[in-house]
Design a protein around this ligand. Structure first.
Ligand code: C5P
Length: 235
């Protein structure tokens, strides 16, 4: 194992760059669902998800969002800013789906009256419990003003991506973000933005990880369609 190795997750490896200044994220061909209960390896998945993440983060950078993205290193790596990650998943929902429908009812695809932001605490042993802003303070994760800043950033970022996809006649139903603090002390968007981390639909057709979760065919064919849209964003 390289002495630059930092962390290996279910779908990514994080290492310090050779010059020691940044991190290199390697996107693996693994796909998982249900807390890792379902796991497969799919050829080209690392390429699709890394290039989609690179191009969407580049788009967000040009719109003034502070993202980790620095360079795309084909086929499946990204050079990114070093971040101190906050152990939260920040979900923005425009429509009811997935765990929202399981918890609160309603119909898949039904509009929410306004964008809804949810936090889950990243903990495998606790199965990523849903937490509210007051939990974040009590648990010492982030204080109220940082939580409010993250809510504002997440809504703004999700709206920009919703607009981008709607230009290509796709509907963004929901999306998950992860944030960290960069070396200047600013909140910065990290991790990944890909069909693994969002629900993306077009005329009822699914272009995201729900294809895999629900055994609806080969998700990589649809991920490639998403990549082709994202190739309109220049790197
Ligand atoms: O399952 P749920 O409805 O809570 O997911 C909301 C959104 O967050 C979906 O787009 C899903 O793909 C994403 N998500 C994720 N990683 C998780 C949980 C959810 O990317 N661990």
């Amino acid at each position: 194992m390289s002495d630059r190795f930092l962390y290996e997750g279910k779908t990514k490896i994080v290492e310090i760059s050779e010059d020691g200044q940044n991190v290199i994220l390697t996107f693996k061909d693994d796909i998982t669902a249900g807390d890792g209960a379902k796991h497969d390896v799919m050829s080209s998945k690392g390429l699709f998800c890394s290039e989609i993440t690179a191009r969407l983060m580049q788009y967000l950078n040009t719109k003034g969002v502070n993202t980790m993205f620095l360079n795309y290193l084909p086929p499946n790596k990204i050079r990114a800013k070093k971040l101190k990650m906050i152990p939260l998943e920040v979900i923005v929902r425009f429509k009811k789906a997935g765990s929202f429908v399981r918890r609160y009812g309603g119909t898949e695809g039904e509009d929410l009256p306004s964008p809804l932001v949810e936090f889950t605490y990243k903990s495998d042993v606790m199965h990523d419990p849903l937490v509210c802003v007051e939990h974040l303070e009590v648990m010492g994760i982030v204080n109220k003003s940082i939580a409010e800043k993250i809510i504002e950033e997440a809504k703004k970022t999700a709206m920009l991506l919703k607009e981008f996809f709607s230009l290509h006649t796709f509907e963004l139903w929901d999306i998950k973000f992860e944030y960290g603090v960069d070396e200047d002390g600013n909140i910065c968007l990290g991790d990944e933005i890909s069909p693994d981390t969002m629900r993306l639909r077009k005329s009822g057709e699914i272009f995201d990880k729900d294809i895999y979760r629900r055994d609806l065919g080969n998700p990589m064919e649809k991920y490639e369609v998403v990549l082709n849209i994202c190739r309109s964003i220049l790197l």
